[in-house]
Design a protein around this ligand. Structure first.
Ligand SMILES: Cc1cc2nc3c(=O)[nH]c(=O)nc-3n(C[C@H](O)[C@H](O)[C@H](O)COP(=O)(O)O)c2cc1C
Length: 180
């Protein structure tokens, strides 16, 4: 698949094949690509908690919105993504470089996660990013330190459905203001 095909094929998938499992090796390859994303002063503050164990998967699922629990019921891999606070967007003394503060850490993580989902897609693996989750519960279950902000959960697996349509996008004119 070329880049445009990967972009066109990546969709948020909400029904997974329980028979097809993602391997640890595949997940590490995907995260290695995510790491190649740019980050503020190369601070690389994104962190990944990869959950593949049945008991932990159950606990993580329980921290998701009920609808997201249904979406993820057949996946064998959930990745909880966090970033280390007060580094990306900050100087060495811990002073924010501008008004966005930790918004930059979230920005960097989002970039990494876009790479992650696109790399997974190139490998034939489907994904969905889940923002409706209980961060405190996830922190407890995975022992995530307070120095990190819990952001999204990403499910990886193989789709159980064909013909997934792209939800409509806005017109380019609605999102671009051109000065020429
Ligand atoms: C930050 C973020 C949070 C999201 N949270 C959820 C979620 O909690 N549950 C869900 O079903 N989809 C979630 N999505 C998926 C979006 O609904 C989806 O990306 C959007 O509808 C566009 O569809 P597409 O990804 O197939 O292009 C989230 C996506 C992003 C980027």
């Amino acid at each position: 698949m070329n880049f445009d095909e990967i972009v066109a094929n990546r969709r948020s998938i909400r029904s997974y094949n329980p028979e097809k499992k993602v391997s640890k090796e595949q997940i590490f390859e995907i995260i290695k690509t995510a790491q190649e994303a740019p980050s503020w002063k190369n601070s690389q503050t994104g962190r990944y908690y990869v959950v593949m164990n049945d008991n932990k998967l159950k606990e993580v699922r329980e921290a998701l919105h009920p609808q997201n629990q249904i979406v993820t019921k057949d996946v064998n891999a959930l990745i909880i993504t966090t970033f280390v606070k007060n580094r990306s967007g900050f100087d060495k003394n811990g002073t924010p470089d501008n008004e966005l503060g930790n918004g930059w850490g979230c920005y960097d993580l989002g970039l990494q996660n876009a790479y992650l989902c696109l790399k997974a897609c190139q490998m034939g693996i489907d994904s969905i990013i889940l923002g409706l989750r209980d961060a405190d519960k996830l922190r407890d279950v995975l022992d995530i330190p307070e120095t990190q902000e819990v952001v999204a959960v990403i499910a990886l697996g193989y789709r159980n459905i064909d013909d997934v349509k792209m939800p409509p996008r806005k017109e380019i004119s609605e999102i671009v203001k051109l000065y020429e």
